[in-house]
Design a protein around this ligand. Structure first.
Ligand code: ZN
Length: 132
């Protein structure tokens, strides 16, 4: 199994900064230069990179996703969480970050966010670091 980060989400839709947990996995791997893949093995939760300095950015992303994909529409999926599946596909299930000098190469304002779309739940995020 790849290295795993556990995330507890607090509401139905949520964006949680997991940058420090991903960085910890990079340190633990011993890889100084390479590629870090962050992968979410869920169908109603994803991962993205965006601004972490102003929490209003995440609030705006969540509000806009809810406008674009409302919880109730003429969905066919019987489980009642089609909006969660659709939001997950829009956001995506993985991100790739360059690793240099044992650190994630992120822009000044960038953070890695786990995106919950059908919480609250306990979630897993896989991290694989490749030397190269
Ligand atoms: Zn479903």
């Amino acid at each position: 199994m790849p290295a795993t980060i556990s995330v507890k989400t607090g509401s139905r839709i949520d964006m949680i900064d997991i940058t420090s947990q991903v960085s910890a996995q990079v340190s633990k791997s011993g890889v100084t230069d390479g590629i870090c893949v962050v992968y979410v093995p869920h169908t109603t939760g994803g991962v993205t990179i965006n601004e972490g300095a102003d929490p209003a950015v995440c609030a705006d992303i969540i509000r806009k996703l809810n406008e674009l994909v409302p919880p109730n529409d003429r969905y066919r999926h019987m489980e009642g969480n089609s909006d969660s599946h659709i939001k997950t596909s829009i956001i995506g299930s993985s991100v790739t970050v360059i690793v240099e000098n044992s650190r994630l190469v992120l822009g000044t304002w960038q953070k890695v966010f786990f995106c919950e779309f059908d919480g609250p739940r306990s979630r897993k995020v896989y991290v694989k670091i490749l030397k190269g």
